[in-house]
Design a protein around this ligand. Sequence first.
Ligand SMILES: Cc1cc2nc3c(=O)[nH]c(=O)nc-3n(C[C@H](O)[C@H](O)[C@H](O)COP(=O)(O)OP(=O)(O)OC[C@H]3O[C@@H](n4cnc5c(N)ncnc54)[C@H](O)[C@@H]3O)c2cc1C
Length: 443
Amino acid sequence: MSTNVVVVGGGIAGILSALMLKDKFPNVILIENSSELGGLLKSDNYGNEHWFDKGTHLPALTHHQEINKYLIPDEINDSNLWLKLTHLKPGNYFNKKLNSLGSAIDITSYDEEYYHKILIELLHSRLESRSQYENSYEQIRDLFGEALTNNFFEKISFKFFGTALKDLAPDVLKLIINPRIIAFDENKTKELKKSNFFDMRLSLSTPSINKDVEYFYPKKGGIHEWISLLENKMNNNGIRILKGAKISGIHVDKNEITKLTLEDCEEITGISHVVWTAPVSLLAGRYNLVENRSLKGVRRTTYLFHLLLDKPFLTDRHYITCYDFEMKTFRVTIYNNFQKNDKYKCTVEVLDDDNVVIDEKKIIQELVTMGIISENTKVVESYAYKLGSYFPVITPEMLEINGDIIDAITNEISNITLAQRDSNQFFMADVLANVFKYVGKIK
Ligand SMILES: Cc1cc2nc3c(=O)[nH]c(=O)nc-3n(C[C@H](O)[C@H](O)[C@H](O)COP(=O)(O)OP(=O)(O)OC[C@H]3O[C@@H](n4cnc5c(N)ncnc54)[C@H](O)[C@@H]3O)c2cc1C
């Protein structure tokens, strides 16, 4: 009987896993439960030539040439079809001002008295190693002091995660905010950053460019074009791709997964190994592979507003994060600032509770208030919808439960590799480095 190596999850982690495994094993099967591959790297189109992305927009070529070998097909090097960017242009809206230079918040925009109060607290702060902290509150307070923590970071935590900093595991804020601040002019900051104490806390207004990283994006279409190229590559390599395939049962015999049953009744047998890139909690919950410990309220819902406008944007930023607590906007991606188009396109992401109604007019008004579009800009077309509850609210409890599930699976099942986006890896480059490390060990 032929043996099958099965990859579960057709996001970028599953795609990398499948391509790597195909170098070693003749029969590789990729199982994706939705109708399209890509996971968070998908795009929307509404019957015209205008594409908008759902999650990640501008992926980076990693430092890792081995990973690039699998994930960067030759087509991406064709400069007629693909853009290459040496750096991203982030911006942010903070304290009623649009910072068009970088991603860090600029506390010099506070009034003098408050600015000095923060500086004094910062100078008296001290930071332990991450393992010393039980939650994000303690960690951020030790970095920046109480005033900035209580009056800014705590409110940001409620805006984006719907919960207090003390409920978040350490390091979680990094998912949505640059954890360094602008507090001095460039020369002074450069000087101060020579010490580790200030380097951990301070940011230059204009971040330095990392020459090792390059970003790519299609000249036409959305980021799904990349996934289409990878899907072709997998098909050409003989990887069997099952889309819309729902796993209804995972069968274990003598500590090994031997069979997967799909809802359409197909059975995948002769399994030598499974690489799991879907959420690990499913293994304990839906598939009862190990004892279930439920994880409640740990995801934030993403709402998308894809907007086609009639006038140019007022900023050259690729994306802008909104740190105003009264506003709904999380991040605005401005396609025209990296992709040529005769219409003006942006996507506004909102992170909120599930099932809230967000008025599109409010979102447009926020773009005006932030100085991203002019007041007389008209919406030509708009598409708004709830993407789903993907954004992790990583609590200490979630880390513990995830850790328990991972330990239990690793102890009980000998032919599974867990290479999922989990509490320790969120950004694509980190997820891929993790996959490369673990999938590379499978023999
Ligand atoms: C709103 C948002 C914005 C983000 N922005 C950025 C960014 O700007 N930069 C960045 O680097 N990272 C960003 N990320 C993170 C980035 O998207 C992830 O690192 C990357 O998508 C992880 O890929 P993945 O394959 O592990 O997971 P996913 O993309 O989530 O893919 C998992 C796949 O598994 C499938 N699946 C789930 N359950 C099952 C099952 N039971 N059976 C079969 N298949 C299953 C899913 O349908 C999905 O296709 C963002 C994430 C979110 C949520």
